[in-house]
Structures are given as structure tokens and as C-alpha cells.
Ligand binder design. Sequence first.
Ligand SMILES: C[S@@+](CC[C@H](N)C(=O)[O-])C[C@H]1O[C@@H](n2cnc3c(N)ncnc32)[C@H](O)[C@@H]1O
Length: 249
Amino acid sequence: MSDPFPSWMAALEKRHLARLTFPEVRRALQALSSLYVERRGRLARGAAFDGAGKRAAFALFYGPLHFLAVRAVVEALGAHQPPPTRILDLGCGTGAAGAAWAAAAGGAPPVEGVDRSAWAADEARFTFAALGLAGRSVRRGLEDAALPGRGGAIVAAFTVNELDVAGRERLRPRLLEAARAGAAVLVVEPIARRSAPWWEGWATAFREAGGRADEWRFPVQRPELVARLDRAAGLDHRELTARSLWLRR
Ligand SMILES: C[S@@+](CC[C@H](N)C(=O)[O-])C[C@H]1O[C@@H](n2cnc3c(N)ncnc32)[C@H](O)[C@@H]1O
């Protein structure tokens, strides 16, 4: 499979810049970034996607960066070999993480996205189609999603930190149980500037189950629009960083 990323990026620009101007997306990106950095409490109420500007900023900027980061993590871990039989993307947003894993694995694994946001579930469908992947997505809380067993894969990227404490505590044993049943499990989060107390507990649990916890830095060739938005919004993603939990038995 040739790299489907450039044509997805072109389709995203066409889709979102038809409705909004570059300065509108740049302003929305600044608002979205401040939500992620300073006002995380509002994320739990779905504030990240509450307006066309922020939705476009997420789709055009964070979606592609998350795709590139997750693809790099998947390749570094060897998670694409053998290709999973299917990939469940929990809190899929625009579908970037599941799509990145499927694309790294040669494009064959079908992706199922689950997200509580109707907009996100719809956008994920667009992503899978634009990348030439077999995919579907449903609007649902990830807490109750049925998890795949042997040969399947589960990714939760930039999502676990958005759950409340009870949601996280429910999810962790379910992921470990799915791994015991033969699924591959990948959790990706930003390298935190402030503490995420849950991370160490999860890292210990993954290690004890035979998995690993890593921090990553990757050089990245940002798409032209992402680089322009990065500069205009006063951000800096010239290097991709992430941390991951990985378990496949
Ligand atoms: C920061 S976004 C990350 C999206 C995507 N995984 C990515 O890597 O780009 C977090 C996503 O998790 C979703 N989310 C948060 N809590 C959720 C829950 N309890 N059930 C389902 N989706 C949830 C949000 O709607 C949002 O789309």
C-alpha cells in the first residue's frame, strides 16, 4: 500500500477550508490548545468539539499529528507485525490512531471507532474512507465497548486522560483482561508537563502483565498546512513526542 497520508491531508484541507478561513482555524486552534493545556476540566464536558472552528482545528491539526505520532509508535514497537485482525479505536476522535495502526499494518485490518461525540464518529468515517481503509464508527461511551480477543487490537490515543477517575478505573482491568485473552493493547498519551497521577499506576500494571511503557521523540515532516498553523498559533510541533503503554502476549 502506498502512503495514503498525503491524499487524506489534501481531502481534509478541501473539506474544512471550504467552510472556514485560515485565520478562523488558527484562532480556533489557539482556543483548543488552551483547553488542552490550561482548562482540562472542561474537556470532560465535551468542550473540545463545541463549535465548527474547534472541530476543524482538531481535524486539520491534531488529527494528522496524532496519526503521525501513533504510526511512529506502532512501527517502533513492531505492533504492525503481524497485522491485527481488527483494530478497535477507543475515543477515536477523527479516527487518526486506529487509521495509523491499520495503515502501518498494510491497510488490511478493519478499524472500528468508538466516540461519545457524534461529530467525531462522523469524521472518523470520513478519515477511514479517505485513507482507503475498511472502517466504521459508532457514537457511544467507550466504557461499554465490547473489546476484541485473540488477534485483535485496541488503541486508546490521547483519550484515557480525558476519562474521569471512575472511567479510568473501569477501563484498566478490561484492557488487561483483553490482553490476557490475546488482544494487543496500545495506550498513547502526551508526555505530561504536569503530573498525570494515573499514568504510573497504569505503567506498573502493564509492565507486571508483561508489557512496556515508553517515552518517544520522533523527527517529523509536518504537512505544509500543519506547519503553517503551528507557526501562526505560536505552537511548536517540529518534533513529535508521546508516551505509550504496550501489551501483547
Ligand atoms: C483528544 S481526543 C483524541 C482523539 C483520537 N484518539 C486521536 O488520537 O486523535 C479524545 C477523544 O475521546 C473522546 N472521549 C472522551 N471521553 C470519552 C468516553 N467516555 N467515551 C467515548 N469517547 C470519549 C472525545 O470525544 C474525543 O474525541
